[in-house]
Design a protein around this ligand. Sequence first.
Ligand code: ADP
Ligand code: MG
Ligand code: ZN
Length: 474
Amino acid sequence: MFETVIGLEVHTQLNTKTKLFCSCPTSFNDTQNVNTCPTCLALPGALPVLNKEVLEKSVKFGKAVDATINRTSYFDRKSYFYPDSPTAYQITQLYTPVVEHGKLKIDLEDGTSKEIRINRAHIEADAGKNIHEGSYSKVDLNRAGTPLLEIVSEPDLRGVEDTILYLKKLHSIVRYLDISDANMQEGSFRVDVNVSIRPKGDEKLYTRVEIKNINSFKFIQKAIEIEVKRQINAWEDGVYEEEIFQETRLFDQTAQVTKSMRGKEGAADYRYFPEPDLLKAVIDDEMYERNINIPELPDQKKERFVKEFKLSEYNAGVICSELEMAHYFEAMIKAGGSPKVSVNLLTVELLGRLKGGLNISNSPIKAETLGKLALRIDDGTISNKAAKDVLDFLMDSDKDIDEVIDELGLKQVSDTGAIEKMVDDILAANPDKVEQYKGGKDKLFGFFVGQTMKASKGSASPQVVNEILKSKLA
Ligand code: ADP
Ligand code: MG
Ligand code: ZN
């Protein structure tokens, strides 16, 4: 029996307006190479100057994962040559990172939770992008010098479930803190997965393989499964020593294999040395105080939602996993929806309808509207079933809820007079059934309810129908 051991390096792009060491904008999708200057192009004589906003965001992150925040940290040079890095080195923090020794709690499906240690989080500059077209390649340096916070976990994760939970929690936290957009597709939350195996019960760590830059949770899961299989096969075939060595591999989504990319360089290959062009990075008292009081985090919000709105742990977890969704839910409550009806409309009905690029943030149905719809269910104006029709309608219309309800003729009849009349008609038309019911055939009650609902074309309030039938048949 084998155990999977995983450690993650997550590169989150910090959402500062300007780059790490110059004042070029960090905007995404601009014309190639427009957001560059002598500093990020590494022209001779240009010097880097630290963007302080990066330290502010680092304090927030350090606090959120209960870490040591180094009030003085340093930059180092990591030398390597790639066409997308005009400096031929990366400025990073090797010896004294801004954040160290943190932890992050994950809640497993079986109800237990686990603490994953975070070794460090350090500031570093991103590279540009190589764009390969046919037989040549182009370089876009718009991204060169964008600030990254690289968050490095200890090898505390024991498989796919742990890994995905950790990543989702981390993703959620950086978004709650508003320090990163963490958009995986756009590359602002990039994950390197270090994978090894070991016989269960063994305490020692075996050779790790690093799989680079996998850009979705689904692919991360797949890549781990495939890499673990490769390592176990090698072990069982007696060729572990020969085939599994420390290297960087890439996940090939089409072929569903991991492929060797390069041998893993040791620290010596990088010729690390203290960055001579930058001062030490100091977080002064004022900056520290300004950032240390962070907003409510996902776990705290979840706990509050369970208490305040009596939501189930599960529902509260779903809603609080994304800040936008939590805000959306609270806005529904503010608009008058009850928590119980609101949570169902949001997590089942709305989420089920958000497809093809739609999400909570760009939902065609705003929180105030959905909250009001919840209210209309709560106050008996429409049934749960009718609410679904209203929702379908609203997906491409921004009409007022009450107008839509009128227009679609979905209003429930709670008017007792009208319902009484229908009930009377139905009882009169079915004297034999009434006789049988009174003779003890209780099941027929459902028949009468059904007939009345049918007569009202589904618009009668089931509650009122039940009450009237009960009294008439008594
Ligand atoms: P490097 O810069 O060489 O990638 P780092 O120290 O930045 O090294 O990252 C090492 C990562 O690999 C960490 O996330 C760590 O938890 C993980 N790791 C170390 N040893 C193992 C192992 N045997 N199996 C799985 N992951 C490991
Ligand atoms: Mg690394
Ligand atoms: Zn620049």
